[in-house]
Design a protein around this ligand. Sequence first.
Ligand code: AMP
Length: 250
Amino acid sequence: MMKILVPVKRVVDYNVKIRVKPDQSGVDLANVKMSMNPFCEIAIEEAVRLQEAGTATEIVVVSIGPAQTQETIRTALAMGADRGILVKTETDMEPLGIAKVLKAVVEEEKPDMVILGKQAIDGDNNQTGQMLAALLGWSQGTFASELSVDGDKLNITREIDGGLQSLKINLPAIVTTDLRLNEPRYASLPNIMKAKKKPIDEKDLADYGVDAAPRLEIVKVTEPAEREAGVKVETVADLVDKLKNEAGVL
Ligand code: AMP
């Protein structure tokens, strides 16, 4: 009987070319396509595979965000999660606040494992899973590229600089997903239809009594400097000549 909680974040779709607001206060989210954070899709996929293998018995998906975050939860339900929890807030929360809400959800739901993305592609924080593990005092296996359940333990392969690290950690545990853990499925039409009937419990941030006030102040957001156009050379001799006489690197 293993229950898995998967926190997912709604972010700007990875295909969207982002625009910075004219006042440089952040990224312009008006009329921009939003989707599930890709690393969270990998987390859902892994949970669904554990359920298909008979290892997991229930998958609960949770997301903290504005009302439209419902759509992201529905996507997770269409991929195979059983039910959802939406914690509504209009505040753009930092990882510490998110981890505190998730801790409260974990205490209510009592999962055996929480699988998060290693990173949300909007803020690139890579903090929430680690903070949640610390707040709960649970073991953590971050950047997992392989995962298997072994009784009351988890075997995790981690991608680290220069190689792979194998860990055995105790359940209950926090896992964060790396890119190569799996390839998430697309939800099929019948499963999208079925997901409409799966329950989503709506909560308010206030239900959890978490102080969501930001600890950081964003000073300025700017676009990367434009790259200058390159030139094409006809021959290797031309290339060597330009490197020597124009770029001055030879
Ligand atoms: P981050 O630490 O912001 O890079 O996010 C890492 C992971 O934490 C994400 O892939 C999600 O699994 C989870 N997470 C972050 N923000 C939220 C949120 N607002 N709601 C639910 N899960 C979140």
